[in-house]
Design a binder for this molecule. Structure first.
Ligand code: 5GP
Length: 192
């Protein structure tokens, strides 16, 4: 796990009930660019060997860590969009995703030409909860005929089923911080 990130979660993260972690003062509303650069370097170090040709993420909160990872790996970043309506077009790939935080569905959308069949795509997101976002991204990557080179999340909530679901599909997600459980006011990380 990434020690500076853990310390930051302990000092500024806020557990809302047992399920939702607020990190909006440094990750997804106000953003700490220096921490994001360290996160990008750490993902780049972990995934150096997978020879990714693209990093992909989902708008909005995945963009900051994914951008810094793509910068460190010197490959393009592809931002998958959340669309509310189906758009029939040869140019677009779409798949439905259930949003953990909003409790609603969206159509994850990407232009076909930004993921080519020969691509090896590293998926980076801010949170891993139920794995819906990552599974949707993997589906689009497969629809493009490309390979998932790896999956990384900044914060994993290990008490939710995301990891098991991704492993069931053959993926092995890497988390920079992993939370075993939370309660109002308390955040417990998993043992290393
Ligand atoms: P999943 O698709 O794995 O169920 O959820 C991942 C997505 O939901 C992430 O992209 C993230 O934006 C959002 N999310 C899930 N859990 C949390 C949380 O505890 N806090 C915040 N801020 N976002 C979360």
């Amino acid at each position: 796990m990434m020690e500076v990130l853990k310390q930051r979660i302990l000092s500024e993260g806020r557990a809302v009930g047992k399920e939702v972690l607020l990190v909006d003062s440094f990750i997804n509303h106000q953003v700490d660019p220096q921490l994001m650069a360290q996160i990008g370097d750490e993902f780049a170090r972990i995934f150096r060997g997978v020879e990714a040709t693209r990093v992909a993420t989902i708008e909005t909160s995945g963009i900051a860590p994914a951008m810094m990872t793509a910068l460190a790996l010197k490959v393009p970043l592809v931002i998958m969009k959340k669309s509310v309506s189906a758009i029939l077009s040869e140019e677009l790939l779409q798949t439905p995703v259930h949003s953990f935080t909003k409790g609603s569905n969206y159509l994850l959308t990407v232009k076909r030409r930004f993921i080519q069949p020969q691509d090896r795509v590293l998926f980076i997101d801010d949170f891993l909860a139920n794995g819906e976002a990552a599974l949707g991204a993997a589906k689009l990557i497969a629809m493009a005929g490309a390979q998932v080179a790896g999956m990384g999340c900044v914060i994993e909530k290990a008490f939710q089923p995301g990891r098991a679901r991704l492993q069931g599909e053959g993926y092995n997600p890497v988390a920079l911080a992993s939370i075993a459980w939370m309660e109002d006011g308390t955040i417990q990380f998993t043992e290393e």
